[in-house]
Write a protein that binds this ligand. Sequence first.
Ligand code: GRF
Length: 201
Amino acid sequence: SRLVVLVSGSGTNLQALLDAIASDPEGYGARVVAVGADRDGIAGLERAEKAGIPTFVCPVKAYATRQEWDEALAEATAAHEPDLVVSAGFMKIVGKEFLRRFGGRFVNTHPALLPAFPGAHGVRDALAYGAKVTGCTVHFVDAGVDTGPIIAQGVVEVRDGDDEAALHERIKEVERRLLVDVVGRLARHGYRIEGRKVTIQ
Ligand code: GRF
């Protein structure tokens, strides 16, 4: 399978995918054909460049409207003919056109146990709420914010004295493994989405 991965930051989830593929290129069942971002100058793009993977950048501010940004992002993604699109720390909400083209084959990883703590600050919100466990969720993206059908989740304990960075790093250790496992299984075995239920064949 052909993967396009979308990033907005450090790209350590992307790196986990790249490392897993590099260590078993045949067996993993997918390869990253391009990496896209909504901003330049981020480590995620450097990781792609270092791996010799084509990149594209669609800054929201470069387009007259949000819809034009969404259409440009969809076009840039489609140019690489992905079978599966993976949002790995991509911090923008895609629109109708992107979902028209990639809905049902667009997964996201979120650093909380959805439906708890959706949105851009899931780690901070879980901490502030006083949750004793949190975790990460890999799900298909739908028109909502972090509301699509859940594929897999991992639980992470919250420790006394955790600050956001410490908790997020502990979550990411689980999240990277979960994302690598889920993307590989989706790619190798295929899957069905029926309502909110995801079945990997
Ligand atoms: C991940 O924890 C992801 O769930 C969240 O942002 C983080 C991105 O980390 N949306 P990285 O860029 O993959 O290191």
